[in-house]
Design a protein around this ligand. Structure first.
Ligand code: F0G
Length: 457
């Protein structure tokens, strides 16, 4: 039942899926997985997918393979690799909505995936395709989440995972996952953009299967984020979907998913895809506002949201295409705005990692200033929270104790810090002696200050 082929996003040259391929032989550009859809009956599939919600089979329980009629690139179901993944909640976030200036805001928390980020959607399909092709090892460069996810899925599928991560620029939460899941972990002395370039050269020379977002099969899994989101909303599209952008694979995948749902008749209008970048790692924002969206403006990336610390994103053309298809937009946000937005998401009892909070900061800024694009108060907005709070506890604790700095250099034992980030919504831990009365006094003091600031509201 393999109905798939690969098609170049620029010159439309097509290729069979029988060999690993990431670029067009004719023009060198990226490839899409495309399908000969045959007869698709959206109403029948919607019913079938509802029924699968009750099924105990792992591939029906998977928030990726539940939608396998829109992923027809395999021969038989025994090939499908699943944890299972997906099934991440849609949550109301009232405090975050108020902070953003919206009447209502929903977040889809992709951090509830098995390895704590949205990457698991892509690894389910990417590792499946690797298995179909007979691969025994898989390779990626990563800012942390891709490596954590790939390491887990490679282990589950009995493959060797090899990860290249920028030394000192990946959180311990993510590094610990790659190590524990048994991947060969190479800490490259450079940043993510260097690691990505080196990975490409290594893959070319020794022919290991690449599971970065240049692999179009990975993006097929990530497109199911859009499908599952629409399913959870009973196929009623929101006005806008907001997502943080780094290497720009996820926004590309979600754009493709939305377009396919629209073209095949599952939804009657397209939500506007809005991509948010950190202002120190904003190549797509610079490009779209430059007047020439066909030439990428690369940057030397700098942000504490290490997941999206990327200056030369590989999937930028696909992301630009997704923004065009959906009449969306790209914006950027400061380090302070990301940090405060993250604390607010925490106050909703939800929490996320810094890169995810960029999406929230982006909404707040588009509602407030409306310079590039205006989001109105009554829009129906869904923000995608891409990674779990516990991916980067160091950042969170530093924010709350007032020790988060934009510049943060550790050299042997000397710490140089500059540009402090204000703990606008800090929840400072209070050190107390081992004494009952002092503990009660601290609780009463905290309650009084809460009543004064009306914080629990
Ligand atoms: N949010 C988180 C938590 C991420 O880990 C990433 C990317 C993004 C957003 C951006 O998604 O790259 O598809 O635009 N992390 C990659 C990694 C680069 O290696 O884990 P993107």
């Amino acid at each position: 039942m393999n109905r798939a082929s690969l098609r170049c996003i620029t010159c439309a040259a097509t290729y069979p899926t029988t060999q690993p391929r990431y670029h067009c032989d004719q023009c060198g550009d990226l490839l899409d997985v495309t399908y000969d859809w045959g007869a698709i009956d959206p109403e029948r599939l919607k019913r079938l997918w509802n029924e699968r919600l009750q099924s105990p089979r792992p591939i029906d329980r998977s928030g990726v393979w539940r939608y396998r009629e829109l992923l027809p690139f395999y021969e038989d179901e025994s090939q499908l690799v699943t944890y299972p993944e997906g099934n991440t909640p849609l949550l109301d976030a009232p405090r975050t909505a108020a902070y953003c200036g919206l009447n209502r805001l929903t977040v889809k928390h992709l951090g509830f995936n098995p390895t704590g980020s949205f990457k698991d959607h892509g690894m389910a399909t990417g590792v499946t395709e690797g298995k179909i092709l007979g691969m025994t090892a898989v390779l990626c460069a990563s800012t942390g989440n891709t490596s954590a996810s790939m390491a887990a899925y490679a282990a589950r599928a009995g493959m060797l995972g090899i990860v290249l991560v920028p030394d000192g620029q990946i959180t311990f939460g993510k590094l610990s996952q790659a190590l524990d899941y048994g991947a060969l972990t190479l800490m490259v002395e450079g940043d993510f953009d260097d690691a990505q370039e080196l990975m490409r050269e290594v893959a070319e020379e020794i022919g290991i299967y690449v599971l970065n977002s240049i692999n179009p099969f990975r993006l097929e899994g990530q497109k199911t984020i859009a499908i599952e989101l629409l399913h959870q909303r009973n196929w009623s599209p929101p006005d806008r979907i907001v997502v943080p952008g780094g290497n720009l694979g996820n926004s590309s995948a979600i754009g493709k998913g939305l377009k396919e749902l629209y073209d095949l008749g599952f939804i009657d209008r397209l939500p506007r895809l809005t991509i948010v970048q950190a202002s120190g790692a904003d190549p797509l924002y610079r490009t779209i506002t430059s007047g020439d969206p066909t030439r990428l403006i690369t940057v030397h990336a700098k942000t504490l949201a290490t997941a999206i610390k990327i200056g030369r994103p590989v999937s930028w053309k696909k992301a630009m295409r997704a923004v065009e298809w959906t009449n969306g937009w790209v914006t950027e946000v400061s380090e302070q705005a990301i940090a405060d937005a993250k604390a607010i998401v925490g106050r909703d009892g939800i929490g996320c990692e810094p890169a995810s909070a960029a999406a929230i900061a982006g909404i707040a800024s588009l509602v407030e200033q409306g310079t590039d694009e205006v989001v109105s108060r009554d829009e129906d907005v869904v923000a995608l929270l891409t990674g779990h709070l516990l991916k980067d506890p160091d950042y969170t604790v530093r924010y709350h104790v007032g020790e988060l700095y934009e510049e943060f250099v550790t050299e042997t034992r000397v710490l140089q810090c500059s540009n402090p980030i204000r703990g606008t919504f800090a929840n400072m831990p209070i050190r107390v002696p081992s004494d009952k009365q002092r503990i009660i006094a601290a609780i009463e003091g905290f309650r009084r200050s809460e009543a004064l600031t009306g914080r629990r509201g």
